[in-house]
Write a protein that binds this ligand. Structure first.
Ligand code: AN0
Ligand code: CP
Length: 326
């Protein structure tokens, strides 16, 4: 694997999940793989889990880690070609990406959607510019459209908690939130579910339809309670409107996840990527229940990142030994 920008880069998902669970049992097994290699994690936005779990995963593989809060501490970057840079932008991404490549074997990038300009967000400017100009592999730590480390984590967690011998029913449910949030987590979860053998349904208020190029022919059930019937996993996430791009169309508290809604599931597990707003998105009762997997999901972030970095490092080693031979 060269870059990890979306879940499809992982190859066979089921195999990757299996390998991640093996790593979980012996996380220091490949400590020699990352010796004398450095990962540079560039954050244009806040983070708790991604920052710490990716760092931990790299350390498990023996790598050195450099973390930079680029959004608050780096120079403001220009992305357009041919611009006369006489305004607020101090440095072009062309130089920045090449410079970081001198210090790192792998670069991680977190750059959220701005949620103001649909076309601009769809272009994945920050991520794609680093892919274009850096000379080392890039790991997507949440871009405008995707959060592939999160959805790999979610696949690992569902594998651990699924009922053996039963095709799981999985629901992706929208829930209210006071801030306009990106579509990346929902998009990646959907991409991942399209690679799974499961009954999958999405539920959200009218007006919250995601990009139809991503949802394709997946069933959308506008009645949340009906969607929850017999579900094994209820994956909850807020996102802002895609059609009326970045807008909040609904804050109806009736969409919050409550214990009475969970009652119609098949003893369903509650999942959320975190951070979550208690008693807005989900009640204390549900998130604190034994069926809540949120902390287990966060734990698995380490192993999702580790399997991704392992595959990148192995590919890098193969390439450099081939280069030595030629
Ligand atoms: C972000 C989002 O919804 O994309 C990050 C989630 C992992 N969440 C918030 O900004 C609250
Ligand atoms: N789930 C997740 O990506 O969390 P952070 O935003 O805290 O990294």
């Amino acid at each position: 694997m060269k870059h990890y920008t979306g879940i499809n880069d992982i190859g066979n998902l089921q195999q990757a999940v299996k390998e991640a669970l093996e790593l979980k049992n012996d996380k220091l097994k490949y400590r020699a793989l990352g010796k004398d290699k450095t990962i540079c994690l560039l954050f244009f936005n806040n983070s708790l889990r991604t920052r710490l779990s990716t760092q931990k995963a790299a350390q498990n593989l023996g790598m050195d880690v450099i973390v930079m809060n680029f959004g608050s501490e780096g120079w403001a970057l220009e992305y357009d070609d041919g611009t006369v840079m006489d305004q607020g932008k101090s440095e072009h991404v062309k130089e920045a990406a090449q410079v970081v490549s001198q210090y790192a074997t792998v670069i991680g990038i977190r750059a959220f959607a701005g949620l103001e300009d649909k076309e601009k967000d769809a272009a994945e400017l920050v991520l794609n510019s680093f892919v274009k100009y850096a000379s080392v592999p890039i790991v997507n730590m949440e871009s405008s459209l995707q959060h592939p480390l999160q959805c790999l984590t979610d696949a690992i967690t569902m594998e651990e908690y699924k009922i053996v011998g039963r095709k799981p029913k999985v629901v992706l449910s929208w829930a209210p939130h006071p801030k306009a949030l990106p579509h990346a987590v929902a998009n990646s979860f959907i991409n991942m579910m399209q690679l799974q053998d499961a009954d999958f349904v999405i539920t959200h208020p009218i007006g919250y339809e995601l990009d139809p190029k991503i949802t394709k022919d997946i069933l959308i059930e506008y009645d949340q309670e009906k969607a929850f019937e017999n579900a094994d996993f209820v994956y909850v996430k807020n996102w802002s409107s895609y059609r009326d791009y970045g807008q909040i169309k609904c804050t109806d508290p009736n969409w919050m996840i409550t214990a009475s809604k969970m009652k119609v599931t098949n003893n369903g597990k509650f999942m959320h990527c975190l951070p979550v707003r208690r008693n807005v998105v989900v009640t204390d009762e549900v998130i604190d229940s034994k069926n809540s997997l949120v902390i287990k999901q966060a734990a698995n972030r380490e192993f999702a990142a580790q399997i991704v970095l392992k595959k990148i490092l192995e590919n890098d080693e193969t390439n450099s030994s081939e280069n030595r031979r030629t």
